[in-house]
Design a binder for this molecule. Structure first.
Ligand SMILES: C[S@@+](CC[C@H](N)C(=O)[O-])C[C@H]1O[C@@H](n2cnc3c(N)ncnc32)[C@H](O)[C@@H]1O
Length: 256
C-alpha cells in the first residue's frame, strides 16, 4: 500500500491520535535514549517519533527518519522544523544508504509488515546498528484488527479486502525466529492492545476507518458500499454501540 495523498494525511491523523501517541511513548520508553545518540526511525511517516527522538538526543545527536513516501517526508520536514539533529531521507528499509554500525538504536512503528522481503529489511536493520544496539519494533496482529460494523456481511467484506493492504498479517508471531536469523538476540514482546468505543476526532478508529473505506473501492467494493459502511459505523457510534479493536505488539531485540 502507498502512503501518499489522502492515505498520507489519514496515516498522520492516526499517528497523532490518542492511541498513536500511546504507542509512540511505549517506543520512546523502550529506546532508553541518551543525549548525543544516533537513532534511526524506519518508515518515519509524518515524523512524530523523529521529532520526539530529536528532542531527546539534542543537538549533539542524530535523529534520522527514513521513509519510502515523498508526501510523508514533506510532512515530516514541516513537523521537525527547527531541530538541527533531524535528517530525513527518502529510501527503502530493505536497502539503506548508511554505513555499517551507524546507529545506537533503531525504531520502527508499523512498517515492517508492508515489506514483502521482511528478512532483507531485518538484515539491513542489523547491519546499520552497532553491536549491542537495540531495535524497538511495532507491528500489528492484523487478523485481530477489527471494526464491529452493524451489517456483518458488508463488514466482513471490508475486512477481507483490507487483508490485501499488507503482505504480513501476523508478523509479531514470526519476529523471534526472523530476528534470530538476522543477528539479534534477547527478543522481548509486549502487547499494546486497545479498543475504541467512540470515533471522536482524535480516536485511532476514526481515521483508520477512512483508510479502509478508500482502500476497498475498486477491489470488490464500490463507492456507495464503502460510504454505506462508514455511515453504518457513524450510526453505531451515535447509538453507543461502536467498537474497534487493535493488537499492536512491541518487540525489542539486541544486535549481537
Ligand atoms: C503505517 S505508516 C507508519 C508511519 C509511522 N511509523 C507512524 O507510526 O506514524 C507506514 C510507513 O512506512 C512507510 N514504508 C512502507 N514501506 C516502506 C519501505 N520499504 N521502506 C521505507 N518506508 C516504507 C510508508 O511510506 C509509511 O510512511
Amino acid at each position: 500500500m502507498d502512503f501518499d495523498g489522502d492515505f498520507s494525511l489519514w496515516q498522520r491523523k492516526i499517528a497523532e491520535s490518542l492511541e498513536g501517541t500511546a504507542r509512540r511513548l511505549a517506543v520512546l520508553e523502550a529506546l532508553s535514549i541518551k543525549t548525543g545518540q544516533a537513532i534511526l526511525d524506519l518508515g518515519c511517516g509524518g515524523g512524530h517519533l523523529v521529532r520526539d527522538i530529536a528532542l531527546a538526543v539534542g543537538d549533539s545527536g542524530r535523529a534520522v527518519g527514513l521513509d519510502a513516501s515523498a508526501d510523508q517526508l514533506d510532512a515530516a520536514n514541516a513537523h521537525c522544523t527547527g531541530l538541527d539533529s533531524v535528517e530525513l531521507i527518502e529510501g527503502s528499509a530493505s536497502d539503506m544508504a548508511f554505513e555499517d554500525g551507524s546507529f545506537d538504536a533503531l525504531a520502527s512503528i508499523q512498517m515492517l509488515e508492508y515489506i514483502v522481503d521482511v528478512d532483507a529489511a531485518l538484515a539491513e536493520t542489523r547491519r546499520v546498528l552497532k553491536t549491542g544496539g537495540k531495535a524497538v519494533l511495532i507491528s500489528v496482529l492484523w487478523d485481530h484488527w477489527r471494526f464491529h460494523g452493524p451489517d456483518p456481511d458488508l463488514n466482513d467484506r471490508m475486512h477481507e479486502i483490507w487483508r490485501g493492504h499488507c503482505p504480513h498479517q501476523m508478523l509479531p508471531f514470526e519476529m523471534t525466529a526472523r530476528l534470530g536469523a538476522a543477528g539479534f538476540d534477547g527478543v522481548v514482546q509486549k502487547p499494546l492492545a486497545f479498543i475504541n468505543n467512540t470515533m471522536h476526532e482524535n480516536a485511532f478508529a476514526r481515521w483508520a476507518a477512512r483508510l479502509v473505506a478508500a482502500f476497498a473501492i475498486g477491489k470488490g467494493i464500490d463507492k456507495d458500499d464503502s460510504a454505506l459502511w462508514l455511515d453504518q459505523l457513524a450510526m453505531a457510534d451515535s447509538e453507543n454501540r461502536f467498537g474497534f479493536v487493535s493488537v499492536p505488539v512491541l518487540t525489542t531485540a539486541v544486535a549481537v
